[in-house]
Design a protein around this ligand. Sequence first.
Ligand code: AMP
Length: 311
Amino acid sequence: MIIMDVLIVGSLAYDSLETPHGSRLDELGGSASYGGFSAAFHNRRLTGNGVALVGVVGEDFKQDHLEWYIQSGLEVSGIESSSGQTFRWKGSYHGDMSEAVTHETHLNVFEHFQPKVPISHTSPKVLMCANLHPALQLSVLNQSQAKRVSILDSMNLWINIAYDELIEVMRKVDIVVLNDGEVRMLASDDNLVTAAQTVLEMMNGGMLVVKRGEHGVLALHPDGVISIPAYPTSNVTDPTGCGDSFAGALSQFLAQGSGKVGRKELAESLVHATVTASFTIEEFGTERIRNLTIEEYESRLEEYRIISQTS
Ligand code: AMP
């Protein structure tokens, strides 16, 4: 059995997007696409043991898009093709673009999806449950055993319509990644620090990572709090997938280590997650994260360390 570095389950989608910089129709997206391209980038850069995707697409899914996954080094045997339409999400961003407004969500083939993790991928080092219905995340968690850590991302929709299942799945993972709005919503508390503590108490131990957009990241680790700044960018074209790219990079970094995730290691992984996410927002869709070069990444990482004084 091959031990993959990262197994990602999440949505594979066609997104319709509107931002102050333009609009796109049926752009390849989905939490697993962004997370996958991001993890695959770091897997190539670090010469890792591979990243695999689990998800479902419809009969309208383009062969070219499957090729994009394969070309980036993603293992796609866990992608099922089903009759019906691919998942679709329509969203827009306004003002400072810090929050997506969802206009439409069509689960389509995800509605009756029963995830099947290929037997060869049931023991990844890191299992990343990217944003998806918590019942599907739970099914994948039940079929696989992460050798090191399991990570979970979610969104406001599931807090609203699948609260109990979300809490159940949050209690099964080692790290939960949410944005500040979701943490405040889950805790019914406007103070982010106390809200984060409340959410951590809802979990079964573990760690909580709170994405705060342009304000950076706050993380609660058993050995103490971590706070790191965002990469200050003037080029925000399309924030879609920023959080998923963040989680994908975090997953690949944690797959490099062994034993318990230390506070310093988590902080360093969050630096890489932050720098990676800062590229995704520069172009519509997955274009920037797919075509990112190691030189561009290293150069921004160095710049980030100088700006944030984290070196
Ligand atoms: P992010 O901007 O990182 O929060 O994620 C954006 C991606 O999440 C888009 O590409 C969407 O296709 C995907 N997405 C939006 N709503 C959902 C949902 N309810 N379940 C799964 N994925 C979703």
